[in-house]
Design a protein around this ligand. Structure first.
Ligand SMILES: [Mg+2]
Length: 309
């Protein structure tokens, strides 16, 4: 990683070729085998199945800003090239709310034509979320992603916003991809938008089904994959019948490198879904240590067994 993101300085991924194309299996290290097995289901389906029907050939993508200081904002965002939406991480553990406010204000000032999204990864109470919203320019806000962790808090926050006459849209991310029932968000009225992450949700078909059943606008976001995993997200975004928002698929710009000679980097703020092949020299350069390789292969085996059982 170029900048520490979600506590990570390095990203690990397992890539393999199936009968149709290359695919990526890259659940975060701390995830349980049960959770990681969804990611394997996604990788196996992408590697071995036909692509869905596509409704568009290019996808608008947003820039993503980690919870950095205002002085670091321009440096990080300069890696993204052109963009018209910035997603800003807020509520990082250990940081005061004022840091978030200053980061958002810096982006608002430096990029006057950009829409702003916030993502709190569920780390705020409804009161804290309102406190943050009270200090930033709401006319610039695209939506607020997962401000609170529980569905009850999200419902409460949406009610309060409505009561105050504030037109703020709430997007659900963890409430979709970590829930035993991803559709409860829609049933309870806990969000206006659903985030789709193709690996945690178990693949393109399942993600499309969740979006359809939720009946809410969807946004596709990456899980900090290499271009091989990003390609699967890009195909999902291209396969959605409706897509009204920029997608979080420009995350290669947070990374030092990639494992392909043709990375899925945005051009003029857009990416095109293509099948990605790894580059032998880059694979060798970024090859995991023997210990990590053994760990990943063992995890792969355990997750495969869970899918079979
Ligand atoms: Mg998120």
């Amino acid at each position: 990683m170029l900048t520490k993101f979600r506590g990570l300085t390095h990203r690990e991924a397992l890539v393999f070729r199936g009968t149709k194309r290359w695919a990526e299996f890259s659940p975060f290290i701390e995830y349980s085998d049960q959770e990681a097995s969804n990611w394997l289901a996604a990788a196996l389906s992408f590697a071995n199945q036909d692509l869905p029907q596509l409704h568009r050939t290019s996808i608008g993508v947003n820039a993503t800003l980690p919870a950095v200081s205002p002085e670091e904002v321009d440096g990080v965002l300069s890696n993204f090239g052109d963009f018209s939406t910035v997603k800003i991480k807020v509520a990082e553990r250990g940081q005061p709310l004022l840091d978030d406010v200053l980061r958002v204000l810096k982006v608002a000032e430096s990029y006057p034509n950009c829409k702003i999204r916030l993502d709190a990864n569920g780390n705020l109470t409804p009161e804290q979320a309102l406190e943050l919203l009270a200090q930033i320019p709401l006319d610039r806000l695209d939506y607020f992603e997962q401000p609170c962790a529980s569905l009850a808090e999200l419902v409460e926050l949406r009610k309060t916003l409505k009561h105050l006459g504030l037109d703020v849209l709430i997007a659900a991310d963890e409430s979709i991809r970590k829930a035993s029932d991803p559709l409860e968000v829609a049933r309870l009225g806990a969000a206006d938008i659903v985030m789709l992450k193709v690996q945690p949700l178990g693949g393109i078909e399942r993600s499309l089904e969740i979006a359809k059943q939720a009946g809410l606008p969807a946004v596709v976001s990456s899980a900090l994959e290499t271009s091989i995993g990003l390609a699967q997200g890009a195909y999902l975004a291209a396969a959605l019948p409706e897509l009204d928002y920029d997608c979080g698929l420009g995350t290669l710009s947070l990374m030092e490198s990639d494992i392909t000679a043709n990375p899925l980097r945005p051009v003029a703020g857009r990416i095109t879904p293509v099948e990605v092949e790894p580059d032998a020299a880059l694979l060798e350069k970024y090859q995991a240590s023997p210990e990590r390789t053994v760990w990943w292969l063992a995890r792969l085996g355990r997750c495969y067994d869970l899918l079979e059982s």
